[in-house]
Structures are given as structure tokens and as C-alpha cells.
Design a protein around this ligand. Structure first.
Ligand code: HEM
Ligand SMILES: [Cu+2]
Length: 569
């Protein structure tokens, strides 16, 4: 990361500036100081550590699934073990990695800084959320050691309530508990954005990452309780034999699907919206431009949060629901794509005639835009009733959601990690390796998942551990891609760890980017700012020159006067 953008003398000064003697990393020492911290930045790092472990475990299960599918016969794993492998992969990746990923790590670390606050509104509750997540994590790991569950991440009854093993009970409870962590984090962010903004940080000046976090938090608070209740009902039926979902007991299994997807469709937006927020930051910073259509991007986050609650029935097209309901859900699903498309068009318009620099975070952002578009468009294929009848429960669906959840959210997560790493750790990483990793991830990802669109369209069902030999070529390509993808994840783990100990010292604003997080020192002081910033301009007030002026005027005594003047962009 030697080719920093800023050519402005002040920008250079940001680079060479010595780091503050006391910052959040060295303010207090010892394990207890970390485990009892109320500092949102340290809590963000606690989450980073925890979800990295979950990502690793989820990844091992993914590799098991892919290795089994290398050959048409079910040879590596028994069918039961295979069912457990894909179920634990899905459960861990969705509930223990993707849902918390960007909000709990980067939301926690940066949301307060980006609005000029000293912390979140409820710091103790924030720490409690982490502990709740860890209790849930411990429960799911216990489930794993007891043999795991084989219901799929969707827990459909009656199999989950009468078949399977009793591990279902603990797994459902783990997700129930995890939900509380999500709800409390969402609540904390909502109150923080409402009450803790610095002077001058009006709603219209909020960075788009903050808008995205805010919309996500609304879904977390409104949607998660439904999932908790649903899994609570599974628990009640399994343990007390209440007839809720099992037809033998007088229940209705379709009721479960309605309740589950009433949360889980909005939950897919919990997973993608924060990523979209990251991309807005990256596109602006690395095109050196005001984001095109700021208001539309901000409003589309809210629109997604609202309309996302109205489309759950598209997961039930083949469940026997009435044709009229299916029609309505199909139309609404097409509508929910509009706000996503608005974002894609606005990012593209921001790139247009921007002064683009292809540094590693930007590579992830560009990857996101392309892959998310493919994921979204194939979602529309599935939202079309006739096509979905053909493709329901095939690998096409697997490819669709991985293009969004891996090609989208995970790329955004990696982009965020690379963009904010110098600010978080105070160290630079090797940009050359970072670029190699970004390209490796992109190539590996496409090789893994593109063949799955084809094999799914040809009719390969999901969740089977053996398949007809005609499908082998595409499956071998997919497994080869997964191996490349794995290298793409191991690389950042290596050079980021190296950077942690040996990396060059990072200045205040290594990218020459806009935003309060780049105004404060690196790493930030325990209370984020020495002096409360006063915000005088809109977000992303990039000028055409490579000049970076502080966003908030009075963050620091570094003597710039530029920060005070109001610029209209
Ligand atoms: C453009 C907006 C989108 C549309 C129209 C759409 C449409 C659909 C439809 C109709 C299905 C059901 C397919 C079937 O089971 O036959 C589906 C499945 C799925 N989608 Fe999307 N989707 C969209 C965006 C997303 C996003 C943003 C995510 C995740 C972040 C996502 C994740 C999933 C998942 C996980 C499934 C499969 C669930 C399962 O059966 O295990 N989708 N999508
Ligand atoms: Cu859905």
C-alpha cells in the first residue's frame, strides 16, 4: 500500500504524522480489560475474532460438501454425514457469520465514529450483545460436538420436530439466543443514530454506510423476534408434543414455512444491506466523487427494509399455496428488486468519469457490483412463477444466493476489512498481496458458483450426496473453484496477520478519503475524537483535485482551516 492517493502536502502530512501515544488499543492492557471493555471499537474487534472462527468452521464444512460432490457416487461421506455437513455449513455461515459480520464488526467500530459520537448509546448493552452471541456460539459448537443437525439451515418440520435427532433442540435454542444479540445490536444502533450525532451531522449528511446500518437495524428489531418465536415453537413441538406444525398432531407444516420466511427473507437483507453501505463508501472514496444520487441510495435502503417484509411467499411457490397468493408474491418480488437496482445504477453513475484508483478495497467493490447484479437478476428468474417451478430446490437456487451472499456480502466484508484495516490496527498491509488475493477470490468464486447455475438449470437437485454422472464435469469445476477460493481466503489471513506485527505504520488517512473516521487519529483515541467534531459539509464532499480536507472542522489541532469552510458540492 505504498501508492497512496493523496498528493496534497497536507495529505502527505497525514501519512507521516506520528501516531498518538494513547489510543484505544494501548489505553489499557490485559485480557480482562478486553473482555470487560465497553469501548465499541474493542467490542467490534471481539466480534471480528469470534466470527473469523465461525467462518473457518463453516468453511471446513463447505469443503467437505464440495469434496463429496467431486464424484457422482456418495463415497466420501455417508448420506447422513453429508446432510449434517451442508446443514452445519448453512447454519453457521448464515446465523453466526453473515448476519453479524458487517454490522457487528464494522458497524460497531465505525458507526459511532462516522457520526462523530464517542460511543454507541448503550455501551454495556453492546458488550452484553457480544456475550449473548458467545453463549449462542458455545451452544452451536456443543451441538456440533454432539453430532450436529441434519435438517438444513431451514429446520423444516415435520422432519425437524419428529425426525432428525434431538440435537435440533439445542441448535434451535442457539439460534434463538443469537437472535437476541442481533436485536440488541440493532436497537443500540437505532438509538445511537437518533441521539448521538455530532453537531452539524444532519440526516442528510449521514454517510451511506450509516444509512444502511440504520435500515438493517430496523429489520433486525422487527424481524428477528419472529424467527425466535418460530424456533421456540419447534422447540415446544419437539419437547412437549404440542401440535403446531406436525399434521399427525393436528398442526400445519406450511405454517412453519410462512413464519420462517417471514423472518428469513428480510434476513437476506440483513445480510446484504450493510454490504451495500460499504460499497457506497468504497465507490466514493476510490472514484474521488460525490456519490451519485445520495438521496436515492439512502431511501432505497429504507425501501428494501420495508418491501423486504412483503415477499416471503416466493419461497413457497411449490408448497401448494393459492395461485393468487403466488401471483401477488411474484409481483412484489419483482418490485423489491427496484431499490437494489437503484443502488447499482447510482454506483455505476458514481464511477462514471470518476478518478478511479484500483486499490484492493476498490477491487472488492467492483467485484461486488458485478456479482451482486448477477445474483439479483437470477433472483428475478426465481421470482417468475413458471421458471421457479422448474428450478425450485435445484443448484440454480444455490448459485443465486451464493452470488449474493458470497459475491455480495462477503466481498463487501473483505472490502471493508481492507479499507478500514489501517485505521483499526494502525498498520498498513502489503497492497500487492492484497490485489493478488482479491483477484484469486473473484476467480475462485466464479469458478465455484457459475457452473452451479448450469447444473441446476439442467436439473441437479440440492441437498443430495450422489448425482447422475452427466453432472460430474460441472461439479469438478465447482470443487476446483472452491479450492482456489479457499486460497483466496487464506492469503488475507496471512498478510493481515503479518501486517499486525510487522506492517508499516499507517497515517491518519492513507487513502485520502472523506469521512470523520479519517479525520481522527490512527488508531483512534479511546473516546474517538480529542474534540467533538463539528460537521460543516455533506458526506463525500470530494473536490476534483486530490486534496483531502477534514470533514468535521475541529477534530484536531492540526491547524487546517479548510475544514471550517462550507463547500457546496
Ligand atoms: C433482487 C432481489 C431478490 C429476489 C427477487 C430473490 C428471489 C428469490 C426467490 C424467488 C427464491 C426462492 C427460490 C426457490 O426456493 O425456488 C430465492 C431464494 C433465496 N434467496 Fe433470493 N432473491 C433476491 C435477493 C436475495 C438476497 C439479497 C439474498 C441474500 C443476501 C438472497 C438469498 C436467498 C436465499 C438464501 C435463498 C434460498 C433459501 C433456501 O431455500 O435455502 N436473495 N430468492
Ligand atoms: Cu426470499
Amino acid at each position: 500500500m505504498h501508492d497512496v492517493r493523496s498528493t496534497d502536502p497536507e495529505g502527505e502530512a497525514f501519512q507521516t504524522e506520528v501516531q498518538p501515544r494513547v489510543h484505544y488499543l494501548n489505553a489499557t492492557h490485559g485480557i480482562a480489560a478486553w473482555l470487560l471493555t465497553k469501548d465499541h471499537k474493542r467490542i467490534g474487534l471481539l466480534y471480528l475474532f469470534a466470527i473469523s472462527v465461525f467462518f473457518l468452521i463453516g468453511g471446513v464444512f463447505a469443503m467437505l460438501v464440495r469434496l463429496e460432490l467431486l464424484t457422482p457416487e456418495g463415497d466420501l461421506l455417508s448420506s447422513e454425514a453429508y446432510n449434517t455437513a451442508f446443514s452445519m455449513h448453512g447454519i453457521i455461515m448464515v446465523f453466526f457469520f453473515l448476519v453479524p459480520s458487517i454490522p457487528a464488526v464494522f458497524g460497531n467500530f465505525f458507526l459511532p465514529i462516522m457520526i462523530g459520537a464517542k460511543d454507541v448509546a448503550f455501551p454495556k448493552l453492546n458488550l452484553m450483545s457480544w456475550y449473548i452471541a458467545m453463549i449462542a456460539g458455545f451452544m452451536i459448537l456443543t451441538t456440533l460436538l454432539m453430532g450436529g443437525v441434519d435438517t438444513g439451515w431451514t429446520f423444516y418440520p415435520p422432519y425437524s420436530t419428529t425426525g432428525s435427532t434431538s440435537n435440533v433442540v439445542l441448535a434451535a435454542l442457539a439460534i434463538f439466543v443469537m437472535g437476541f444479540s442481533s436485536i440488541l445490536t440493532g436497537l443500540n444502533f437505532i438509538v445511537t443514530v437518533h441521539t448521538m450525532r455530532a453537531p452539524g451531522m444532519t440526516w442528510g449528511r449521514l454517510p451511506l454506510f450509516v444509512w444502511a446500518q440504520y435500515a438493517t437495524s430496523l429489520i433486525m428489531v422487527l424481524g428477528t423476534p419472529v424467527l425466535a418465536i418460530t424456533l421456540g415453537l419447534v422447540f415446544a413441538e419437539r419437547v412437549f408434543h404440542f401440535g403446531i406444525f406436525d399434521p399427525k398432531l393436528g398442526g400445519d407444516p406450511i405454517l412453519f414455512q410462512h413464519l420462517f420466511w417471514f423472518y428469513s427473507h428480510p434476513a437476506v437483507y440483513i445480510m446484504i444491506l450493510p454490504g451495500m453501505g460499504v460499497i457506497s463508501e468504497l465507490v466514493a472514496a476510490f472514484s474521488r466523487k460525490q456519490v451519485f444520487g445520495y438521496n436515492f441510495i439512502a431511501a432505497s435502503s429504507l425501501a428494501i427494509a420495508i418491501v423486504g417484509f412483503l415477499v416471503w411467499g416466493h419461497h413457497l411457490f411449490t408448497s401448494g399455496q393459492s395461485a393468487y397468493a403466488a401471483l401477488v408474491f411474484s409481483v412484489l418480488s419483482f418490485i423489491v428488486a427496484i431499490p437494489s437496482a437503484i443502488k447499482v445504477f447510482n454506483w455505476t453513475a458514481t464511477l462514471y468519469r470518476g478518478s478511479i484508483s484500483l486499490q484492493s478495497p476498490m477491487l472488492y467493490a467492483l467485484g461486488f457490483i458485478g456479482l451482486f447484479t448477477i445474483g439479483g437478476l437470477t433472483g428475478l428468474f426465481l421470482a417468475a412463477l413458471g421458471l421457479d417451478l422448474h428450478m425450485q430446490d435445484t443448484y440454480f437456487v444455490i448459485a443465486h444466493f451464493h452470488y449474493i451472499m458470497v459475491g455480495g456480502t462477503l466481498l463487501a466484508y473483505l472490502g471493508a476489512l481492507h479499507y478500514w484495516w489501517p485505521k483499526i490496527t494502525g498498520r498498513l498491509y502489503t497492497e500487492g498481496w492484497a490485489k493478488v488475493a482479491a483477484v484469486t477470490v473473484f476467480v475462485g468464486f466464479n469458478l465455484t458458483f457459475f457452473p452451479q447455475f448450469l447444473v441446476g438449470y439442467l436439473g441437479m437437485p440440492r441437498r443430495y450426496h450422489a448425482y447422475v454422472p452427466e453432472f460430474q464435469v460441472l461439479n469438478v469445476l465447482s470443487t476446483a473453484g472452491a479450492s482456489i477460493l479457499a486460497i483466496g481466503f487464506i492469503l488475507p489471513a496471512c498478510y493481515l496477520l503479518h501486517s499486525l506485527f510487522k506492517g508499516e505504520i499507517a497515517g491518519r488517512n492513507p487513502w485520502g478519503a472523506y469521512g470523520l473516521e479519517w479525520d481522527t487519529t490512527t488508531p483512534p483515541p479511546p473516546s474517538n475524537f480529542e474534540v467533538t467534531p463539528i460537521v460543516t459539509r455533506p458526506a463525500y464532499a470530494y473536490t476534483h483535485a486530490d486534496v483531502v480536507e477534514p470533514y468535521g472542522g475541529t477534530t484536531e489541532g492540526s491547524g487546517e482551516s479548510g475544514g471550517q469552510e462550507v463547500r457546496s458540492v
